[in-house]
Design a protein. Structure first.
Length: 180
């Protein structure tokens, strides 16, 4: 019971800090009509769970033949597995990049902000405040994510996901992007 209270308190504190100090609200109207055609540099935020990683990599691989330069934001523990099969640039994060309340450290935020992207795509289908915040803080005009709690505060294009299978979710996302 105390553990549940602690987790709820920590989550409340995280959201409070994010909304008070970090969140960049994008109020400008965006024209999505040529989103994929005009975008060259894309940051793909890999899902936090290991189960969805292969499907997410297949999604990223399908963007490369479209002439897109892909960069992955991935946990340090999976970097070597991915780099052994693919030559995709990566931004890695690990346990040292979480502050005391579970949000990104200043070092990781600055590392991410020094790069410029046209689009950020967050492939997490479940809530992950740490990665949603990084998507929001990245230098990109378009920030795409799946619908979940408070997602409208972090992304300017939100996809509704009713699939439990991540491969289908990512395929639907790719098909949606190709429409633009």
């Amino acid at each position: 019971m105390f553990k549940d209270f602690y987790l709820q308190l920590k989550k409340y504190l995280q959201y409070f800090v994010v909304f008070q100090f970090y969140l960049k609200r994008n109020t400008a109207a965006n024209n999505f009509s040529s989103l994929l055609k005009e975008s060259k540099d894309i940051l793909v935020i890999m899902p936090d769970n290991d189960v969805d990683t292969n499907s997410a990599l297949e999604f990223a691989d399908k963007l490369i033949p479209l002439g897109k330069k892909i960069t992955l934001l991935e946990r340090d523990k999976r970097i070597s597995l991915i780099q052994s099969r693919r030559k995709i640039p990566m931004i890695e994060y690990g346990i040292i990049h979480f502050n005391k309340i579970g949000l990104p450290t200043r070092e990781l935020i600055l590392k991410l902000k020094e790069k410029k992207f046209d689009v950020v795509i967050d492939l997490n289908t479940t809530e992950n405040l740490f990665l949603s915040l990084l998507a929001n803080l990245a230098n990109a005009k378009y920030k795409i994510g799946f619908s979940r709690e408070k997602s409208e505060d972090f992304y300017n294009m939100i996809l509704i996901n009713n699939e439990r299978n991540p491969a289908l979710s990512y395929r639907n996302l790719l098909n949606s992007l190709k429409m633009f």
